[in-house]
Design a protein around this ligand. Structure first.
Ligand SMILES: [Zn+2]
Length: 196
């Protein structure tokens, strides 16, 4: 899938988690903003192994750095698209986050930010499942998993099925969920802005 589909899917995942989480602490505006950023980053992160991905385009020297890092990661869709990779990415992000919070005095709920990032990462793998390429979930084993299991029935990244069905479908789903749960969304906005 393309970067914008991954971002939208990650946002949809965040909305679902927010709406169906049994208990959610009161969220500050800064936590919500950082969580959105982390979710966005997580959504693109597994494509760190792809030099032309939207992930690298976010940085000034990205395309250059990518040329050095990508070969070290073994090429596209290897460790960063696996379950082992998800665990590793989670641990590294946790360490990085703790370190950043030590030096940057910003009052955020790091648990929420970490979860938002991981929702992005997991949603990325889920969204790559219906693509022809498949996902090596059990890396270092080479087996590629896909949904449906028959490659011929899966879609090609960035082509019409993604553009005209997957993306608009996700957009409608997210809009629908926000609409039917508008009371909960308003409640969150109120606590964040400390009104009512
Ligand atoms: Zn990917």
């Amino acid at each position: 899938m393309t970067g914008r589909t991954h971002d939208l899917a990650a946002f949809a995942g965040l909305v679902i988690a927010f709406l169906y989480a049994p208990i959610l602490p009161a969220l500050s505006l800064s936590t919500v903003i950082v969580a959105f950023g982390a979710n966005f980053l997580g959504a693109l992160f597994p494509d760190i192994d792809q030099p032309t991905s939207d992930f690298w385009d976010n940085f000034r020297l990205g395309p250059f750095v990518a040329k050095v890092i990508v070969p070290a990661l073994g090429g596209h869709r290897h460790i960063s698209h696996s379950l082992a990779g998800v665990v590793l990415i989670g641990v590294l992000f946790r360490l990085g986050l703790n370190l950043a919070l030590k030096y940057v005095l910003i009052d955020i709920n790091s648990e929420i930010v970490w979860n938002a990032f991981m929702i992005g990462v997991v949603s990325h793998l889920v969204m790559d499942l219906p693509t022809k390429e498949g996902v090596p979930l059990l890396w270092p084993f080479d087996w590629k998993f896909g949904l449906p299991p028959w490659k011929a029935l899966r879609i090609t990244s960035g082509k019409s099925v993604e553009k005209f069905i997957v993306f608009p479908g996700l957009l409608m789903l997210t809009g629908y969920l926000l609409f039917v749960n508008q009371e909960r969304v308003l409640e969150l906005l109120k606590t964040m802005l400390k009104i009512g």
